[in-house]
Design a protein around this ligand. Sequence first.
Ligand code: NCD
Length: 319
Amino acid sequence: MDSGATNDPFPHRHLLGIEGLSRREIVYLLDRADSYANQPRGAAPLAVLRGRTVINLFFENSTRTRTSFELAAKRLGADVINMQAQTSSIKKGETLIDTAMTLNAMRPDALVVRHPESGAVQLLSEKVDCAVVNAGDGSHEHPTQALLDALTIRRRKGRLEGLVVAICGDVSHSRVARSNIYLLNAMGAHVRVVAPRTLIPAAMERFGVDVFYDMKRGLTGADIVMMLRLQTERMHGSFVPSIREYFHFFGLDYAKLAVAKDDALIMHPGPMNRGVEIDTEVADDIDRSVIRQQVEMGVAVRMACLEALNREARTSAAP
Ligand code: NCD
């Protein structure tokens, strides 16, 4: 295809998921994000995306993802527009394409899209001329979350390869789990998923993970304990008997954490439900919990992703 593709460290037009990215491409994004994370606070905006326009198009609620994409684009010197779309009472398919075509006509350079339906962001990417970044589609993928998780781990542990990572909780409905599984497998980590049977998809082993239905066994010897929120907005029916029982068996507290490595890190993508999937003291433990660092790394990772896609846009725009 493109003769320059072999030299391009990130030869993709869009970032729709971690699935399909090579280890080299992941390391490239993490390295770029690492250098952005090391920049001093209060530094002037860069010129990387000067004159470019980034539109954040969110069909689902978000605090950290939307604000960190906005900050990332601004820190790279881009103009940013935020659009908060209402999903209810609208036929989603039609609206999505109509909205995409309208925004496309304004000639943005990147669209950052979150949507409650798995696959919707890819569909949109096929209709527009600009780069599209998936900021979370249904229970499918959330690539920048997996990248920021990986950067947080790498900065604390110095590596990803060989680490035992236990992803615990609502794996079935979690795009965070899926993207993390792809990334951690690509980087040579050992991934476990730990959850009640009702919250683990069928044939989970084909994702290259070890499955545990018990926190004690799943957390034994873990380097990283990654907790997930119960995604009640994606549940049709009842998946857990009661919140109390869920916390008793699957909520992370010090008793359950005791079997993990002494220096195991605690992670959570947020928003947290304290007392549901994680005990409040564990969440706030400054020695073990890196939940705040995850948020901090989010901006750096999104800067790296927007930069990488802009490079590609330049390459393909050349006459
Ligand atoms: C996650 C999401 O939206 O998928 N949150 C986030 O982006 N920080 C996880 C969640 O909502 O539980």
